[in-house]
Write a protein that binds this ligand. Sequence first.
Ligand code: ZN
Length: 479
Amino acid sequence: MKFACLVAVLLLSVPAAARDPNVAHSVIVLIADGGGYNTHIAASHYTGGSSDAPLTSPEWVRVGCSTYPLRRQAKPIPGPEGLTQDGSLVYSSARSWDTTPIPAHEDDPKRPAHFASYAWHRQTFPDSANTASAIMTGVRTYNNAVNVNGNGEPVPALAQRFKALGKSVGVVTTVEMSDATPAAASGAHQISRNNRADIARQIFNGSFVDVIIGAGNPDYENSGNVRYEPEYSWIGEADWEPLKEGKHPGGWKLIQSIDEFRKAATTTSPARRLAGIFHSFNGHQFYRSGWDHKLDAPYTTPRRTDVPTLSEMANAALRVIERNDKGFFLMIEGGAVDRAMHANNTGRMIEEFIEFSDAIKTICQYLDAGTHGHTWTNTLVVVTADHDHLFMGSESGTTPFQPPVDRGKGVLPGTMFHSGSHSNQLVPVLARGAGAEGFHAAATRIDQHQDVSGRQFGRGAYLDQPQIHDVIVKAAGVQ
Ligand SMILES: [Zn+2]
């Protein structure tokens, strides 16, 4: 009830953003799941700089961003306690860059700890649900939460805010459409990211999303082979069957095949609402055979040719939302960067980041060309990661925080993973276009640390993750 009132107030009180040349008419957020500073560096080494090329223009505003959760317990807690920040998780330069040697096996028997920093990061990291929710709602929450606060109460997300302004909303991912990041971007509300079919149900039966593209196809395996029996864990039968029959009450057009995606990416008569669920269950390319060959160079196993690229997915989404004269909100996720990093597979991580970088390039070209009147002066583009991993250079066990080592173009850089999961390190935020300067203004914290040997570490100016939401809504003219 509280939430319905808020949407109504927004509808009445927000001026028409489209008419003001100083506001972002449209907003595009690109998220490399898990892809922090060192992921950019590793991919850039491998590609000889081309994966970084779309981000080298001086017009990009560059700041850091903290990603810590409200708490790590993965469930809501009622009352004031549920809204209280766990102070031990708050980002601290001194903890993050602590080079104090610690004995091997102190915190993780499988991974020698090397430095106090690495152990701290293994103990305090966020997950993708609370980080994506922080970006989408401006409210920090617990691990597992999708657009709910620490009490489990729904909080309006950018999808709702922009829909209330009459804008179109699109969500595109290389992983499952009801996974944490696309769920938060779609404006779903769940106390647990594990309620996957419920998330899909909210997306398909709610009124906030015009395009949703991702995996989770109940009829297909990760190889692209048809399943003997459907598997409805990402999309429930109650939605999938009517979608396939073209009878879903949400009025969705379902596309699945590569030919349908390519047609949707270039059409001049797009569907009113488009569900693009390509022929894969868990993501797009990462889980094809060979994903557990950690030392393989990128492309050792040829990529699938029967699923669209992230750029083709983004183009299919743009065709649906670009004609709305009130503008649009589009989230594009390179979701499997994170999957490759969990598997400690540098080669596939680089592949996935190249895919993500190609999507950034596609968006830059789209705005350079002023397609349908969408330009850098009326569109805000934000490129970030939801969180980082503990991923560094090959000698980072003895040289603290060594970045990936350049071994030449087309050669795997020297890397080392210090965890099978996330870290609490800062991530980059790059912003360009209408309102991008707001990120400079918001980044009032400074990340710097000098250790006992006098070595200097730090990422410089940074903001806190919920502020990404705040800068976006301000840029878009939402009061
Ligand atoms: Zn992850």
